[in-house]
Design a protein around this ligand. Structure first.
Ligand SMILES: NC(=O)c1ccc[n+]([C@@H]2O[C@H](COP(=O)([O-])OP(=O)(O)OC[C@H]3O[C@@H](n4cnc5c(N)ncnc54)[C@H](O)[C@@H]3O)[C@@H](O)[C@H]2O)c1
Ligand SMILES: Nc1ncnc2c1ncn2[C@@H]1O[C@H](COP(=O)(O)OP(=O)(O)OP(=O)(O)O)[C@@H](O)[C@H]1O
Length: 319
């Protein structure tokens, strides 16, 4: 925990467009303030959340380094809100604790039903932190770096015009691998393997694995397999000069850069991880099953899991 003059602080980032997220943000703020923590709120969000940043135990976040001095960032929303919070705190590296008020909330650690235990864990400082692999991404033009960004999920090179393919050559460690006419190429982290990479046919990679992933989107090519590459490698995607029109680079679906024909995108392991707060020891397999609603009924593991969770309703039928 960071020493901030005796006061413990958390930054609140919430999906202000959802009634339920606003309500939970207010309830969590009230509970944490009652336990003596200071809740820092982004000024633009405060009014929407109905929180007074001049009130007791609440303070406005500074424009720069919003989470500096905070022990964690409490994120109320879905994956999009967690990605927004990761962008806000990437430089500071403050751990993110997601409370899922979204549809999927794959990156979130807690659900709506867990609010009480989440408050207890924060107040008691009972949580672990898991570092997640990120990507550093550079865009090159005529040998010059013209743009730089980073990603937690993925960097996707995509066609800009709906009616045209983009033509690319992909490389690993400076060696050309294949040329694809495609809708795009996803370069993903293990964390992002369940996101765009998954939709594009890439493998799901457990978070303990360190690797770079590359998968084409709708390649019109005989060789278009998903690739799993060393974390020390450098992936590159070159937008061929013969491509008709621009491509676009998206980082986590949030940060976009135009790619003129001839642009070269390099992707390597990021210098800074994103740190996620873990409250539970639940295996990633269970998270995958729960979030994707995978059919495990009838397998003894499902009974064991429910028993661990204290839900005995199905034990008789499954035993
Ligand atoms: N065809 C696709 O699958 C597609 C297309 C564009 C973007 N995306 C994904 O959307 C992400 C941005 O998310 P958003 O919520 O701001 O946009 P969004 O609201 O368009 O949601 C995209 C979906 O991806 C899910 N998602 C995001 N990160 C995930 C992860 N690590 N594991 C599992 N599911 C995840 C979200 O829960 C949501 O259901 C991008 O990073 C990209 O991975 C997916
Ligand atoms: N305060 C906000 N104001 C406007 N848009 C927001 C705000 N917070 C989040 N968003 C955007 O709303 C979209 C949906 O948010 P989010 O992903 O958190 O919810 P969801 O889509 O319901 O959940 P999930 O992504 O887990 O399915 C995202 O693109 C996110 O960036």
């Amino acid at each position: 925990m960071t020493d901030t003059g005796g006061l413990r602080r958390v930054l609140l980032v919430a999906h202000t467009g959802r009634d339920d997220a606003r309500e939970v943000a207010r309830a969590l703020t009230k509970a944490l303030v009652a336990h003596g923590l200071v809740v820092r709120v982004i000024p633009d969000e405060a009014a929407d959340l109905g929180l007074d940043t001049a009130g007791d135990g609440i303070e406005p976040a500074p424009d720069q380094d919003a989470s500096a001095g905070c022990e964690l960032v409490l994120v109320i929303g879905g994956d999009g809100t967690i990605l927004r919070a990761a962008e806000l705190t990437h430089d500071a590296g403050t751990p993110l604790l997601g409370v899922n008020l979204g549809h999927v909330g794959f990156l979130a650690e807690a659900e709506y039903e867990d609010l009480e235990s989440t408050i207890d864990a924060i107040v008691g400082g009972r949580y672990a932190i898991e570092d997640r692999f990120t990507l550093d991404v550079t865009v090159h033009r005529d040998g010059e770096v013209v743009a730089q960004t980073w990603a937690l999920n993925e960097a996707s090179v995509e066609k800009a015009a709906r009616e045209r393919m983009i033509e690319v050559v992909v490389e690993v460690d400076g060696r050309p691998l294949s040329r694809w006419g495609c809708d795009g190429v996803v370069c993903a982290t293990p964390t992002g393997s369940t996101a765009y990479n998954f939709s594009a046919g890439g493998p799901i990679v457990w978070p303990g694995v360190e690797a770079l992933l590359m998968v084409p989107i709708s390649a019109h090519a005989l060789f278009a397999r998903p690739l799993v590459v060393s974390p020390a490698s450098v992936l590159a995607v070159e937008v061929l000069a013969r491509t008709d029109g621009f491509g676009v680079l998206w980082a986590d679906g949030r940060r976009a850069f135009d790619l003129p024909p001839g642009a070269r995108i390099e992707v390597r392991r990021g210098a800074r991880p994103v740190r996620l707060v873990r409250l539970h020891e639940a295996p990633f397999t269970d998270r995958l099953v729960a979030k994707f609603g995978l059919p495990v009924e009838g397998w003894r593991g499902s009974t064991e899991r429910r028993r661990r969770l204290g839900d005995g309703r199905h034990e008789e039928t499954d035993a």
